[in-house]
Design a protein around this ligand. Structure first.
Ligand code: NPQ
Ligand code: MG
Length: 375
């Protein structure tokens, strides 16, 4: 199989409400999509597949951003893949390995090629990755609000929609009070966790230990991405389990973080680690070490969401993920929407590849730019 061409497409899609985190506010997602066209042996002629890049427009979550992704794909990654005689999902990672970093760009092209390959042979992402469930329990990530009252109203809506776990975004000045209020209002049975997106330092350890009384499932990425050792220190000073997100960029960094005692739980985001195949390797490393994992989210449309739900159906995903329904973020998704069941689950797609494709009208309505890159 050859990669004969790629369509790069940018879409601009409004969020149902602003999403505020410790690193900024997002009101509209500016997303890069990639459509890969494969030709040849093993396929019925041509096959095409889609990927969704999780980079934001600005490098605020990590160093990656959309314009850089377009650039590195066009300048380095696509020419490399076009030069290969045989391309399939498994070949993309090794071929791009010489290029440092740029995990989100690697992930989008690997996902699109894998989708094309699987569609060409009728296999689903879930089957290919090793899913063992046909539906997954879902959590929801709740942004920083202007007041505790407004936060409680939002959380009440998600709880009544069926979400089985609530994640509260925190930052210095928005931590103990909102967490206490949500715990008091919704009771001891609600599964609650927090995510700081690197907003604290080890100096804040005593303050973060005050979260221990709220019986949280975990605290996610309190310290900077590079401060793995700091997380190991912090883990000795707080009772709440430490979960790493930004610090985990590969199975190797996951293994090192586990060995250091920097985390007892890992948030796996396929886009942040170079794709679904590396995400599965992180799952395997964690499972072998008794470390629980869950599937993170980057406000994906139905394309990225479909693949995340397939991944979240693997056996080591023992905690609910940020795999929310489409309407958590978008009024109109670009695929058939993912709809939450009354008991807070989403069905794992079963069709070939991702099991979903963009709806042409919806896609056209949000597209701001396209470019065809031929081999
Ligand atoms: C996290 N996601 O776990 C991320 C952070 C995040 C669901 O909390 C645009 C694109 C806005 C990606 C905001 C969730 C975003 C984004 C937050 C990712 O850390
Ligand atoms: Mg996070």
């Amino acid at each position: 199989m050859k990669l004969t061409g790629v369509e790069l497409r940018r879409i601009s899609i409004p969020l149902v409400a602003p999403f505020r985190t410790s690193f900024g506010v997002e009101t509209t997602r500016d997303i890069l999509l990639l459509r890969a066209v494969l030709d040849g042996q093993g396929l019925d002629g041509q096959a095409e597949g889609w990927g969704e890049c999780v980079a934001m427009s600005d490098p605020l979550y990590s160093s990656e951003y959309v314009d850089a992704s377009v650039d590195v794909l066009k300048r380095f990654m696509l020419p490399k893949l076009f030069s290969l005689d045989h391309v399939d999902g498994a070949a993309v990672g090794p071929a791009l390995e010489p290029f440092k970093g740029h995990w989100m760009s690697k992930a989008v092209v690997e996902t699109a090629v894998l989708d094309a390959e699987l569609r060409g042979t009728g296999r689903s992402f879930a089957r290919e990755l090793g899913a063992t469930r046909d539906r997954v329990p879902c959590g929801v990530s709740v942004g920083i609000h202007n007041s505790v009252g407004a936060l409680l109203e939002s959380v009440a809506g998600y709880v009544s929609a069926g979400y089985v776990r609530i994640k509260l975004k925190i930052e210095p000045g928005w931590d103990l009070e909102p967490v206490r209020a949500v715990r008091e209002r919704f009771g001891d049975d609600l599964l609650i966790q927090v995510d700081a997106n690197t907003a604290y330092t080890l100096q804040d350890a005593r303050h973060l230990a005050r979260l221990d009384e709220f019986d949280l499932l975990l605290m996610e990425q309190p310290l900077p991405e590079e401060d793995v050792l700091g997380h190991a220190e912090l883990a000795r000073l707080v009772k709440t389990p430490i979960c790493l997100d930004e610090s985990i960029t590969s199975a190797r960094t996951a293994a090192a973080a586990i060995r250091l005692g920097a985390c007892s739980i890992v948030n796996i985001k396929p886009g942040r680690v170079g794709g679904y195949l590396e995400a599965r390797r992180i799952h395997d490393v964690c499972r072998a070490n008794g470390i629980a994992v869950w599937c993170g989210g980057m406000l994906e449309t139905g394309l990225g969401r479909a693949a995340n739900i397939a991944l979240a159906a693997l056996p080591g995903f023992t905690l609910p993920g940020d795999t929310s329904a489409s309407d958590r973020y978008y009024k109109t998704d670009i695929t058939e929407p993912f709809i939450l069941s009354a008991d807070g689950h989403l069905d794992v797609p079963t069709g070939p590849g991702l099991g979903v494709t963009p709806l042409p009208d919806q896609l056209a309505a949000v597209t701001t730019w396209t470019e065809w890159v031929a081999a």
